[in-house]
Design a protein around this ligand. Structure first.
Ligand code: SF4
Ligand code: SF4
Length: 414
């Protein structure tokens, strides 16, 4: 049985009453105006696939399902509770079984997620990033956009190394009205891209959680969450990774803290689901997070689709920002809409991806924030590359990086 099938396969589509409420929430429909690029149209295509009226190699079927971002913006607006995301993964698995996975997606998965390979790839990427060349070469077009994506992963100054991992604690908060005694334990999910290109976000995650009363522990033997594999239709590989992670994290009840929305959404589809918490969700528990020092910044928050729509985590990031004195969130039109990243989508469907991104960049340009904050590596890289291609130097940061800077400003790490 497939992972998606185990969660219901196409059955979640039965509730669709064709009302069309989802159409205006769908970025690909808004981009093309084509019913077949809408959730309702794709549901009809998937039903035809399920009935056997369309083959899994049907050109139109493959074309329109490939152009779906998997952002799941169609789910929360659906009055019938259609479970689109799980049906899409079922369909993609059938398409991959019948027609294979594009070589570019295969190559990217191999380079970014294969133990023993990805460490070398990320080390080379970090070394290249350190030269500053990716930022200079950023622009439109596949190669230059990839340069911008890499440049967007570069940490800004002030992100000191984590001083304590694996159960150690180093900072006593100035005030911690709700701090539990003894400290709670959280297990850190490291992932592939986050570990390879955003280790500074892991450091910030550890430091900020420790201020908020958690011992953050490492877990040996953990592997990639499998989200990129599942989105590409490689269900068997995603399930194998899920089994390995279930063994690594064991059957305890400690929360598993995740700072990548895509990884979190995927892990919530596995046996570990009940324990998986986004870092903002964990920080906001028990009345948190603890307040930090002032950051006089205008920040545009871009909620990742896999946090907002897939995990339905909306309020905790707002609580995190509220814990930072002087920080002002600016209102961005369409902030809840997809940025067009969608895992490997930006790589394999660049035209649609860039079309969706342009809308996001126009909206951000209208408010000119000093920082864009988002909690998913793909979104950070996509938006960062788009801004760089437009010649805009606004940095993109994870929300916990801002909280970390706020705690540093408050002297909590001294
Ligand atoms: S909103 Fe829900 S019920 Fe209506 S067309 Fe879209 S998926 Fe179907
Ligand atoms: S997942 Fe996103 S792109 Fe795909 S049909 Fe739903 S809203 Fe449209």
């Amino acid at each position: 049985m497939t992972l998606a099938a185990a969660r219901g396969g196409f059955a979640g589509l039965d509730a669709c009453v064709h009302c069309g409420f989802c159409l205006q929430a769908c970025p690909t429909f808004l981009a093309t105006g084509d019913e077949a690029d809408s959730p309702r149209g794709r549901i009809e295509l998937m039903r035809a696939l399920e009935r056997g009226d369309l083959a899994a190699t049907d050109t139109a079927l493959v074309f329109h399902l490939d152009r779906c971002l998997g952002c799941r913006a169609c789910e929360p607006v659906c009055p019938s509770g259609v479970r689109y995301g799980q049906a899409l993964e079922t369909a993609r698995e059938r398409l991959a079984d019948a027609g294979g996975v594009p070589w570019l997606a295969r190559a990217a998965l191999w380079a970014l997620t294969t133990p023993g390979v990805s460490e070398v790839v990320y080390a080379l990427a970090r070394a290249f990033r350190a030269t500053g060349l990716p930022r200079l070469l950023a622009g439109w077009g596949r190669i230059r956009f990839a340069m911008g994506m890499l440049a967007a992963t570069k940490p800004t100054g002030g992100n000191g190394r984590s001083r304590a991992v694996r159960g150690g604690r180093f900072a006593q908060p100035v005030t911690a009205p709700y701090r539990p005694l003894p400290p709670l334990t959280a297990l850190l999910f490291r992932g592939c891209v986050m570990q390879g290109l955003f280790p500074h976000v892991h450091d910030a995650t550890i430091r900020t959680l420790e201020v908020n009363g958690y011992d953050v522990r490492e877990v040996r033997g953990q592997v990639c969450c499998g989200a990129l594999h599942a989105h590409a239709g490689l269900g068997d590989e995603a399930r194998a990774l899920a089994r390995t992670n279930a063994l690594a994290f064991g059957d305890g009840d400690e929360p598993i803290v995740v700072n990548s929305a895509g990884c979190g959404a995927m892990l919530k589809e596995t046996a570990l689901a009940a324990r998986v918490r986004d870092v903002t969700d964990l920080l906001a528990a028990n009345g948190g997070p603890v307040s930090g020092g002032p950051l006089d910044l205008h920040v545009a928050y871009d909620p990742p689709c896999h946090l907002l729509h897939a995990q339905r985590v909306a309020a905790p990031p707002q609580r995190l920002f509220a814990a930072i004195p002087l920080l002002r969130l600016v209102t961005v039109a369409g902030a809840n809409d997809c940025c067009g990243s969608a895992g490997l989508f930006t790589l394999v469907e660049p035209e649609m991806s860039r079309t969706v991104l342009q809308t996001k960049l126009d909206a951000l340009g209208a408010v000119a924030p000093q920082v864009v904050a988002t909690g998913n590596p793909g979104c950070a890289m996509q938006i960062g590359a788009g801004l760089a291609a437009r010649g805009i130097r606004t940095p993109v940061r994870h929300p916990v990086e801002l909280l970390d800077a706020s705690y540093r400003a408050a002297g909590r790490y001294e």
